[in-house]
Design a protein around this ligand. Structure first.
Ligand SMILES: [Zn+2]
Length: 305
C-alpha cells in the first residue's frame, strides 16, 4: 500500500497539472461515477484544488463536487499530455480528467519552436488506473460518509503541530488504553499519513517498543513519536525524487547500490544487527490487520506498565 507521503506527492503533482484549470473532458469506466456525471456534468467545472488526506486523494471541482479516490494496493494516478501514450493498458483505466490551460495564447513575445511546442501541450489528462474506490461527493456527503474515514490531523498538513499530534495520542490512550502503539500509529483517525514502513521507523526513532499499550506511553515518548513522524514524512516528501524512503543516513558500510532496507533503521531488517546497538532486529505481525512490525529489543525495551 502506498505510504501517506506517496499519496501526498501524487496530490501535489495533480494539483500542479490540474489546479485552477477547466475540465474539457471526463471519462470513466465506473457506473456510479458515470451516473453522477450524467446528472451534473464534470466538464466545464474548474479544478479548485487537490488534497491528500492520509491514503485518500480528493479532487475538488467548482460547484461542490469532490472526486474521492483511495489508492489501496494497486491504484495510481498518472499525468499525461493529451496524445501521449499511457504506461498502463486502457482496460485498467477508471477515470480520465482532461483539462486545458486557462490561457491558450502566449502572454509573452517569444515564439520560437520550443515555445509553440510547449503551447500545443497545453492539455493534460490525469488518468486513474486500477483504483477500487472512486466516488463523487459533495462537501456535505463527504462529511457524513462512513466509508471515507474522518481523518486525524494530517502529519503533512501545514496546520500540523507536535502539540496537536501529542494531544491526539493522549486522547487515544485515554479512550483505548490497551491499544498497542504500533497499531495506533497506523490508525488514520488518530494521525493521518503514516504507513507500515514509517510505523516501525518512527517507533525506533522514539525508542518505543511498538507492542507497548498506550497507557504505558509517557508524554515525552509521545512527543518523540510525533516529532519523528513529522520529521521522516516531511524529509521524504521534500526529497520527492524517489519512491524510496530514507530514515537512516548514517555511515554506510555497503556499496552505493543499496537495497530498500539499507536506507532504513529496522524495517525489513529482521535478524540483522541494530545500527545503534548491534542487537538482532526482530519482527512480529501486529494487530487485526497483521501488519509486519520491526523493532530492536534493546533500543526499544518492553515496558509492561
Ligand atoms: Zn538497538
Amino acid at each position: 500500500m502506498p505510504e501517506g507521503d506517496t499519496i501526498y506527492r501524487t496530490a501535489r503533482t495533480l494539483q500542479k497539472a490540474l489546479g485552477g484549470k477547466v475540465v474539457t473532458a471526463f471519462e470513466t469506466g465506473l457506473a456510479k461515477l458515470a451516473a453522477v456525471d450524467d446528472e451534473s456534468r464534470v466538464v466545464g467545472r474548474t479544478v479548485e484544488r487537490v488534497e491528500a488526506r492520509g491514503k485518500w486523494c480528493l479532487i475538488f471541482f467548482s460547484g461542490d463536487l469532490i472526486l474521492v479516490t483511495h489508492m489501496l494496493m494497486s491504484g495510481s494516478w498518472h499525468i499525461y499530455r493529451v496524445g501521449e501514450r499511457w504506461k498502463l493498458p486502457r482496460r485498467m483505466m477508471r477515470v480520465v480528467v482532461r483539462v486545458s490551460e486557462a490561457s491558450v495564447f502566449p502572454t509573452h513575445a517569444r515564439k520560437d519552436a520550443h515555445e509553440w511546442a510547449t503551447q500545443s501541450w497545453g492539455e493534460f489528462e490525469a488518468v486513474l488506473f486500477n483504483a477500487q474506490v472512486a466516488e463523487f461527493h459533495t462537501a456535505r456527503s463527504l462529511e457524513r460518509s462512513s466509508q471515507v474515514p474522518k481523518l486525524g490531523l494530517d502529519v503533512l498538513s501545514e496546520g500540523f503541530s507536535v502539540e496537536g499530534g501529542v494531544r491526539a495520542l493522549r486522547e487515544r490512550a485515554a479512550s483505548h488504553p490497551e491499544d498497542e502503539v504500533g497499531v495506533v500509529l497506523l490508525n488514520q483517525r488518530v494521525m493521518a499519513g503514516l504507513g507500515n514502513v514509517y510505523k516501525s521507523e518512527v517507533a525506533f526513532a522514539a525508542g518505543v517498543n511498538p507492542f507497548r499499550a498506550m497507557r504505558t506511553i509517557t508524554e515525552r515518548e509521545m512527543e518523540a513519536l510525533v516529532e519523528a513522524a513529522r520529521r521522516y514524512m516531511t524529509a521524504n516528501v521534500v526529497e520527492g525524487t524517489s519512491e524510496q524512503m530514507v530514515t537512516y543516513t548514517g555511515p554506510r558500510r555497503t556499496t552505493r547500490a543499496m537495497d530498500h532496507g539499507a536506507r532504513l533503521w529496522v524495517y525489513r531488517r529482521q535478524g540483522q544487527e541494530c545500527r545503534r546497538c548491534g542487537a538482532a532486529i526482530l519482527m512480529r505481525k501486529q494487530g487485526v490487520q497483521v501488519r509486519s512490525t520491526y523493532w530492536c529489543p534493546v533500543c526499544q525495551p518492553w515496558v509492561a506498565g
